[in-house]
Write a protein that binds this ligand. Structure first.
Ligand code: PGA
Length: 249
């Protein structure tokens, strides 16, 4: 399978014009890169003007758990699907931290996304404090088990993605060590295998995210065996993001 490289623009850039320019530069730079699956997750408001192309698949940074109704401020999985969006990030650490998203809310979102055939990118990861206390595995297990609660194996295809994003590495410039990332990849596979079975575990693609740049990108995919990357800050620099994609294939 091709490596999956996801750009998460977060709450950037400030204008639609800048968003259009950034998208255009990335599209141009990836013209002949057919060996990676590249997804861009822009802010909702820009999404409709940045139509997916053959180089770039459309993604979203979040969504709600109902498909429509009186829920001021929310964007539904159905709306995303109707915009040709294919992937949705669910449970990003910034949403867990700043918006108090719980594993229960994340579970509802995952079910709503799967119900209409969108591909979720479930983010999991421990904080620095949890890591210091040696609780990493327990936290990952809890996030996976509660996040996937009552989701049958039949709903999980190879487009179900889990991103291991240690909170201490996100936006800090302090990426996870390659050996540690390899170990976490195996631990996450084992948790999924115990929860379902090894067939499901082999289907789910596991990405790494947290201070990825063009210098460390290739090692996560080629040495640590991850299925791809979730890139935040570096995806706002077209040249850097293009380089990350090229080095990962
Ligand atoms: P970062 O963010 O690459 O800026 O660390 C990753 C993410 O938030 O997905």
């Amino acid at each position: 399978m091709k490596p999956l490289i996801v750009g998460n623009w977060k709450c950037n850039p400030k204008t639609a014009k800048e968003a259009g320019e950034l998208f255009g530069l990335i599209k141009k730079g990836l013209k002949n890169t057919k060996k990676a699956e590249v997804v861009i997750c822009p802010p909702f408001f820009y999404a409709s003007s940045l139509a997916a192309t053959k180089e770039i698949i459309s993604g979203s940074q979040d969504c709600f758990w109902e498909q429509e109704g009186a829920f001021t401020g929310e964007i539904s999985p159905l709306m995303l699907k109707n915009l040709n969006c294919k992937y949705v990030i669910i449970g990003h650490s910034e949403r867990r931290r700043h918006f108090n998203e719980t594993n229960e809310m994340i579970n509802k979102k995952l079910k709503a996304v799967l119900e209409i055939g969108l591909n979720p990118i479930l983010c999991i990861g421990e904080t620095q404090e949890e890591r210091n206390k040696g609780q990493t595995e327990v936290i990952l297990k809890k996030q996976i088990t509660l996040g996937l609660k009552n989701i049958p194996a039949s709903k999980i295809s190879s487009n179900f993605v889990i991103a291991y994003e240690p909170v201490w590495a996100v936006g800090t410039g302090d990426p996870c060590d390659i050996d540690e990332a390899r170990k976490m990849n195996l631990i996450i596979s084992k948790i999924i295998s115990d929860l379902y079975n090894s067939t499901v575990s082999k289907k789910i693609r596991i990405l790494y995210g947290g201070s990825v740049n063009s210098k460390n990108a290739a090692d996560y995919v080629k040495k640590a065996g991850l299925a791809g990357l979730l890139v935040g800050g570096a995806s706002l620099n077209a040249q850097e993001f293009i380089e990350i994609v090229k080095r990962s294939v």
